[in-house]
Design a protein around this ligand. Structure first.
Ligand SMILES: O=C(O)CCC(=O)C(=O)O
Length: 276
């Protein structure tokens, strides 16, 4: 192992970092990715794995295999928290995850989307091409506006198509050349039960799954409330009244656009923040 110097000179400013979550937040800010443990027991992971498969079967039965295939949607379960078991809602509210998202996104943020992602054996899938999770965007932001948390239902390995990232690519606007990608992409292996955190502007792609088993994940995108949700979560979630105030806020209940000026003015009554 090389001995890495820790002393410095000519340095006026240095980040101070203490907890594992702080370290991960620093890495997401600088490199655009990091791994954290979600804190589940082996039994909890097993029941999540079963819930994933049950939800997928219901989803495919509801929307139809041939339709999903024709739309290149067969390897995705859209918004499992609104039609799967409570486990998916719990995942989106994971305390370790939210504490780091709070460090990364200044101010309020909401859950923009949650998707089950299946990387099938020996064939491509819709996440296997390079993209940003704020697609079609080429700006650079000094602060993260959106964070992706990809929960590993299975181990992510080099063999089963662990996610590739281009480190620090959230800091440049233009998608780099193929030769740059080949020289600089890295593959992020992670244990089942981890979240792979990405600044949503970092370029990433699912790898090729060269095993015989599917590699399953649940992706979450948290954004500042200015972005509209991929699917309207407040309209689709049952029993909202049972949720905590924090959960309602996170799921976007407080950020539905007013239908009229009158509704907007009514909404201002209950707010103590500046108009936006
Ligand atoms: O499946 C993966 O490894 C990547 C998933 C992904 O790119 C996404 O959900 O945006």
């Amino acid at each position: 192992m090389p001995i890495i110097p820790t002393k410095s000179y000519g340095v006026l400013q240095q980040n101070q970092c203490c907890s594992t979550l702080d370290e991960a937040a620093e890495q997401v800010k600088n490199l655009g990715y990091a791994i954290i443990d979600a804190g589940y027991t082996a039994d909890e992971l097993q029941s999540l794995s079963k819930e994933f498969n049950r939800t997928r079967t219901n989803y495919v039965n509801t929307y139809g295999e041939s339709k999903l295939k024709s739309l290149n949607e067969f390897h995705t379960i859209r918004s499992p928290l609104t039609h799967g078991g409570a486990a998916f809602l719990k995942l989106a509210l994971n305390a370790n995850l939210l504490s780091i998202v709070k460090e990364l996104i200044a101010g309020k943020f909401i859950l923009n989307q949650q998707n089950g992602v299946i990387n099938p054996p020996k064939e491509g899938y819709n996440q296997g091409a390079w993209h940003r999770d704020l697609p079609y965007q080429h700006f650079v932001s000094s602060q993260p506006l959106a964070i992706n948390a990809l929960f590993c239902v299975d181990d992510f390995t080099f063999e089963n198509g662990a996610t590739f990232v281009l480190p620090s690519s959230h800091k440049y606007e233009v998608f780099p050349s193929v030769s740059y990608i080949q020289r600089n992409a890295i593959q992020v292996a992670a244990k089942a039960g981890s979240f792979i955190l990405l600044d949503c502007m970092v370029f990433h792609a699912g790898g090729f799954n060269n095993t015989k088993e599917e590699r399953r994940a649940v992706n979450h995108v948290y954004t500042i409330p200015f972005f509209k949700q991929q699917i309207n979560i407040p309209k689709n979630i049952a029993h909202f009244e049972k949720l905590s105030a924090e959960a309602k806020d996170l799921l976007g209940l407080n950020y539905i656009e007013p239908a009229s000026v009158a509704d907007y003015l009514d909404s201002r009554n209950s707010k103590d923040t500046d108009p936006t």
